[in-house]
Design a protein. Sequence first.
Length: 158
Amino acid sequence: MSLTQPIASDHQLARLLQIGIVLEEVIEVRAAKHAAATTTDAELRELLDDASAESADHRSRLEGLVDELDADTVPFEEIQMLVEAQYEADEDFDGVLYDQLCNEETAYKFYDDLIASLEASDTAFDIDRARLLDVLKTIREEEADGVEEVTGLMEARQ
């Protein structure tokens, strides 16, 4: 499944939205784990708490879209256990911010590519295309804002 080609079916769209859900779950878990390990830096902890909450919201919106396509999602608890087993939060300030920046940029790029693929597609989906694109563009914009927020914090602390 590639985002370099137009999306050709509801099934393909559902799988791509599920990839977005998993991406958001990973970001949510990483940000929450970093926030829990950040005990002395209130500004960084707030950024991470906000990022975790935003990813949970994005995941919920994507799950709503998938529900309209009548597809199953991967349970959050399964992703959380996998991430916790393989990923340890680094308390180092720069490492945490670089990780968060990478997460935000990855999500932005995914949604940007997904939107481009949808816009290139002439497939009629079982979901309202305008609403689908509106949700995805809103999420993409929020990811762009996250990139700017993390970058701004990094620059202010150099």
